[in-house]
Design a protein around this ligand. Structure first.
Ligand code: NAP
Length: 242
């Protein structure tokens, strides 16, 4: 049990999730991270969070597996007693043209990026409803707004997260729970390291790719600083899809 406010960041071991976890730690939250399998990265992130003077722990579970999610959220709630901020960030890509897309790649991306937010949010919202407060930020993508050739599965999942965000904002507002989404453009992480991103610079008014801290600042704004903002999708993309 902790006296401090508690944040849970899925996919918090690396990339955008790690930056969000550190930003929330700087804001004074105890931060629980989840990860899929990269134990070294997860442990390193926990150490970096603790160095900021707050508590942290890493939970390994597959966000696309409802049973694993329920068992682990129950453990987290048992240990920390509350959850004030949830960042549904874990995600994967399995790109390919629609007509060649396998069922396996469709299901993996929908389950990991979209169904995961349903699985994780349900038990967390139960806790937030008892507290009569909480904030959820879903990690969408600009391609959930604009679509993208070669990413039918990923675009559909990220668009689904926007629908989920707006619906939960309407259902949960009266319980003191705010729900928003961030839609990043091209951000420098492991997910984009194999893409030839130079060709995108022509289309980005700010003429650079995003850094993980650009997204973390937006997440912290929506989760912590924006008491009267709910149901919104904040595009953080250097102007890519204006
Ligand atoms: P990343 O560097 O590949 O990191 C992915 C994170 O998700 C890791 O912590 C990974 O854990 C975790 N993860 C993956 N599958 C999981 C599963 N089944 N269960 C639990 N955790 C899982 O990705 P990123 O670029 O930071 O992306 C983070 C989020 O932002 C994703 O939702 C992504 O779609 C979204 N996004 C990214 C960009 C971009 O340009 N990078 C743009 C728009 C949106 P392990 O370390 O254990 O593997």
């Amino acid at each position: 049990m902790t006296d401090k406010k508690v944040a849970l960041v899925t996919g918090g071991s690396r990339g955008i999730g790690k930056a969000c976890a550190l930003e929330l730690a700087r804001a004074g939250y105890d931060v629980v991270i989840n990860y899929a399998g990269n134990v070294d990265a997860a442990n390193k992130t926990v150490e970096e969070i603790k160095a900021l003077g707050v508590d942290s722990a890493a939970y390994k579970f597959d966000v696309s597996d409802k049973e694993q999610v329920n068992a682990n959220i129950a453990e987290i709630v048992e240990k920390y007693g509350r959850i004030d901020v949830l960042v549904n960030n874990a995600g994967i890509t399995r790109d390919g043209l629609f007509m060649r897309m396998s069922d396996e790649n469709w299901d993996a991306v929908i389950n990991t990026n979209l169904s995961s937010a349903f699985y994780v949010s349900q038990p967390v919202v139960k806790v937030m409803m008892k507290q009569r407060s909480g904030a959820i930020v879903n990690m969408s993508s600009v391609v959930g707004v604009s679509g993208n050739a070669g990413q039918a599965n990923y675009s559909a999942a990220k668009a689904g997260l926007i629908g989920l965000t707006k619906t939960l904002a309407k259902e949960l507002g009266s319980r003191g729970i705010r729900v928003n989404a961030v839609a990043p453009g091209f951000i420098n992480t492991d997910m984009t390291k194999d893409l030839d991103t130079s060709k995108f610079l022509d289309f980005i008014p700010l003429k650079r790719l995003g850094e993980v801290e650009d997204i973390a600042k937006a997440v912290k704004f929506l989760a912590v600083d924006s008491d009267y903002v709910t149901g919104q999708v904040l595009e953080v993309d250097g102007g890519l899809i204006i």
